[in-house]
Design a protein around this ligand. Structure first.
Ligand code: NAD
Length: 807
């Protein structure tokens, strides 16, 4: 990358952010800023009683209890500054970005802008998180001088986990402001930005909620029950597995009603020809009136009665057994390629198929009619639906995939026959110009009806940090599975390079399980890297990093030769871990998603970890009745010795041992990169990367920088262990847990073996050992456990149901 371009990205230096409004969104946005190491101060109204910042303090406290957690580490809530508009307005002067997220009322927002305007720094960006109000109208309340630096910044709930952020300019917003914000939300906050026009509800909620209402309407028309609709509109359509109604239950029916009302209030029959389909569905009104708000009240479209899941029956107002599924014939149709699928659905007389065709037709119709008004290009609509509504594909991608012209004819025929939700005709660009031949997405860019041409992807320098940038179908994305130069490939591993300087090892097995093929591939990767490259990066194009050892691959060996036959295989795994640790070139694990068991062991043996915010590390072998056997316990023992040594003469080795022991014995999994760091699997000088698509770029840069700055592999050293007395202390506590009924006898047995390895076995406290010695202990206990019937029961259970067996 050219240094000049990078400079441009960095010019907007966000030293501190102010978030105004400590409600659902404001507090969680503040939490995510803290996750990303951005200093933040959170404002709300002064409290009437008690300390003036009481409202904010309470909101911050609430963050610690919220699920899924908005914070990477709950304790970091303390890093959010607390402020109120009466005492602390002067703090705004030190903020480079001010995000307003107060209640959705134009008059309240305008009042607040007047109050804060004199205090906002002249260079700062002021942005509103409103979901439905006009950004341009909001901007009119602020002094003219500030308008160039005002825009919309629409996060989705929950902001830590939802990728989409819509950025909305007004006619007065300076272009540079959006560029700066887009770079910031992308690289620093790990979000995916889409620019939206200033129209009601912007892109995702406009298209998404209209689609939701259309789904409810068509379901009603077709006489389909919620359970069947959810089965049809979940995973089978490439959407969230909870489908339509269960998603509504999870979100909360009151929230849903609120979003629908925003659509009703901000639009009209004049501004949206589909307006008639935005009426609140009767079932929803009935449930709201009964106070059945979904999951949070225990009942909504569904409820649980004992072990049974029941669905609401609007006709009788009672709940009846749920469990209805898609018809097998429809399920088969949904597995066909796009063109055939839509044809089959459209032509079938099956009501479920008819329902699904209507759903697609409505979504194509709605997106095409509104595209020009709401978005710069078709890509922005598809991206918004992927990132804001968790769809695998947006409407235009599917349309194009299924054959643009044919689908356009079908949709037109339905509109002409009065079957659509509106009689609005498809816009002319659907049939004339380049789109019918080439589709809306091409390698050059995506169609913009207002500009009459294809617009390329944004060329902001920040995207150079994404080696494989997400793109829409038809957009000419490079496939990371075959990109670059392949150096070696088999069914378990691809070794390749992008720059002829660093070898990339991509594990190819299912859930990236580590079996003999992967071990072999890693050895080859190290040999290749040591022979002619600067380093080795372990990265795969998709989640997870790795779910750990391949139990299935282990089985035949155990069947044939008993547990002892596994020992040489396990030794190979341990040797691979040591080879990674002591390789003469740096090894860098680029981790996102799960790094469990052997996957965790692989990452912790690398010279460095580059970790996405959403990365979850854990030694979870206990769940299948085993102990970590790929060097995980050896790592804990060594790290404890290193930390004790760093702590000086008075540091107590046992204190560090106990922490590592607890993490492994309780199979703790870090629920973020930051929590994984607390567990000791991510180190202080490892790098946490907010955006998962920047991982590879950062990992390669790290490997090169390590070499360029004189990195050498660690020396092989002896280190002290806590010995038999340490293990006895731990076991003493375990006895109490077992006798108190907190852990089973088998848990006790496994935990004792973990303690034995971590403390170095039957030796005196302070004895010096090496990694090979501890790994031999790991192997001994691992193999013995494999022969234990209760462990076998756990392994079989996990393989059959994917759930841990408690025995
Ligand atoms: P909320 O009701 O949870 O919180 C609103 C906050 O505004 C409260 O802390 C309240 O004390 C404060 N407030 C109320 N009146 C005020 C006033 N007159 N002056 C200053 N502060 C005042 O709301 P929310 O759901 O967090 O929504 C906040 C904004 O974010 C809204 O504009 C909303 O449209 C938008 N938004 C919400 C969601 C969502 O899912 N909830 C998603 C995206 C965007």
């Amino acid at each position: 990358m050219k240094p000049k371009e990078m400079k441009q990205v960095n010019r907007f230096n966000v030293r501190k952010v102010a978030v105004l409004g400590a409600g659902v969104m404001g507090a969680q946005i503040a939490a995510h800023l803290v996750n990303c190491k951005v200093p933040v101060v959170l404002f709300d109204l002064p409290a009437k009683d008690g300390p003036k910042s009481g409202i904010v303090a309470k909101a911050i406290d609430g963050l610690k209890k919220l699920k899924p957690s908005p914070l990477g580490v709950a304790d970091d809530a303390a890093l959010i500054g607390q402020a109120n508009y009466e005492e602390h307005l002067q703090q705004l002067a030190g903020c480079d970005l001010v995000i307003e997220a107060i209640a959705e009322r134009m008059d309240w927002k305008l009042d607040l802008y007047k109050k804060i305007a004199p205090h906002v720094a002249p260079h700062a960006i002021l942005a509103s998180n409103t979901s439905g109000l006009s950004i341009t109208q909001l901007s009119e309340a602020i002094p003219e001088a500030m308008r160039a630096r005002f825009c919309g910044i629409h996060f989705f709930n929950p902001p830590r986990y939802m990728a989409l952020v819509e950025l909305i300019p007004t006619p007065s917003t300076e272009a540079q402001v959006l560029d700066q914000l887009e770079s910031f939300v992308t690289s620093t906050l790990g979000k995916n930005a889409v620019r939206a026009k200033d129209t009601p509800n912007f892109i995702a909620n406009r298209v998404g909620i209209a689609g939701l209402l259309a789904t409810m309407l068509e379901a009603n028309k077709a006489g389909l029950s919620y359970d069947v609709v959810d089965d049809l509109t979940g995973k089978k359509l490439g959407r969230a597995s909870s489908g339509t109604f269960r998603t509504a239950d999870v979100v909360g029916l009151d929230t849903m009603a609120h979003v629908i009302k925003t659509l009703q209030d901000t639009l009209s029959a004049d501004t949206d020809p589909f307006y008639a389909s935005f009426a609140t569905p009767d079932d929803l009104s009935k449930l709201l009136a009964a106070g059945a708000l979904g999951q949070k009240t225990g009942a909504g479209f569904y409820r649980r009665a004992g072990k049974e899941i029941q669905r609401f029956d609007a006709a009788t107002g009672t709940y009846v057994a749920a469990g209805g599924k898609a018809d097998a014939i429809v399920e088969r149709m949904l597995k066909k390629p796009a063109a055939e699928r839509l044809k089959l659905l459209r032509e079938s007389s099956n009501p479920q198929a008819q329902f699904l065709w209507a759903l697609h037709r409505n979504s194509f119709h709605y997106a095409a009619v509104h595209l020009g008004a709401i978005a710069d290009s078709a890509r922005d609509v598809d991206f918004a639906m992927r990132w804001g509504f968790g769809m695998k594909q947006g409407p235009f991608e599917l349309w194009q995939q299924a054959g643009w012209k044919q689908v356009a004819e079908w949709v037109k025929a339905d509109i002409d026959a009065g079957k659509g939700l509106s009689s609005a005709p498809l816009p002319a660009w659907v049939f004339d110009g380049p789109v019918p031949e080439k589709g809306v997405h091409t390698a050059e860019g995506s169609w913009s009806p207002t500009q009459g041409k294809n617009l390329p992807l944004s060329s902001l320098p920040v995207y150079q940090r994404q080696c494989f940038r997400e793109n829409v179908l038809g957009g000419g994305a490079v496939d990371p599975h075959s990109a670059g130069k392949t150096l070696h490939e088999d069914e378990s591993m691809r070794l390749w390079t992008l720059d002829d300087e660093v070898v990339i090892a991509s594990i190819k097995t299912k859930v990236h399980a580590i079996g003999p093929g992967v071990i072999d591939g890693l050895a080859k990767g190290i040999a290749l890297a040591e022979a002619g490259y600067k380093g080795l990066v372990i990265w795969s194009p998709d989640d997870p990093f790795s779910y750990g050892a391949d139990l299935q691959a282990m089985l035949p060996t155990v069947m044939k030769g008993g547990a002892k036959a596994i020992a040489p295989e396990e030794k190979k795994l341990q040797d691979a871990m040591l080879a990674i640790r002591y390789a003469t070139v740096p090894t860098v694990a680029a981790v996102r998603g799960m790094a469990l068991g052997g996957g965790c062991e692989l990452a912790i043996h690398c010279a460095k970890r580059v970790v996405a915010m959403e990365a979850y590390f854990g030694l979870v072998e206990v769940g299948v009745g085993l102990i970590p056997g790929g060097g995980g316990l050896t790592y804990i023992a060594r790290r404890a010795a290193e930390m004790a040594a760093a702590g000086g003469a008075n540091a107590d080795l046992f204190h560090f041992i106990r922490e590592g022991f607890t993490a492994a014995a309780m199979a703790k999994v870090g629920t973020s990169a930051l929590e994984s760091r607390k567990l000791g699997y991510v180190l202080d000088d490892d790098i946490v990367v907010p955006h998962k698509d920047e991982l590879l770029f950062v990992a390669i840069a790290q490997a090169k920088a390590m070499v360029d700055t004189g990195w050498r592999a660690p020396a092989r050293k002896l280190f002290p262990v806590a010995g038999r007395s340490g293990a006895s202390t731990i076991k003493g506590q375990l006895v109490n847990m077992r006798d108190g009924g907190f852990i089973s006898a088998h848990d006790f047995h496994i935990a004792s073996l973990i303690a034995d390895v971590i403390c170095g076995g039957d030796v005196d406290g302070g004895s010096l050992v090496n990694e090979e010695y501890l790994m031999a202990l790991e192997r001994k206990h691992f193999c013995a456990l494999l022969e234990h019937p209760k462990t076998q029961e756990r392994i079989m259970g996990m393989m059959q149901t994917g759930k841990p067996v408690r025995n």
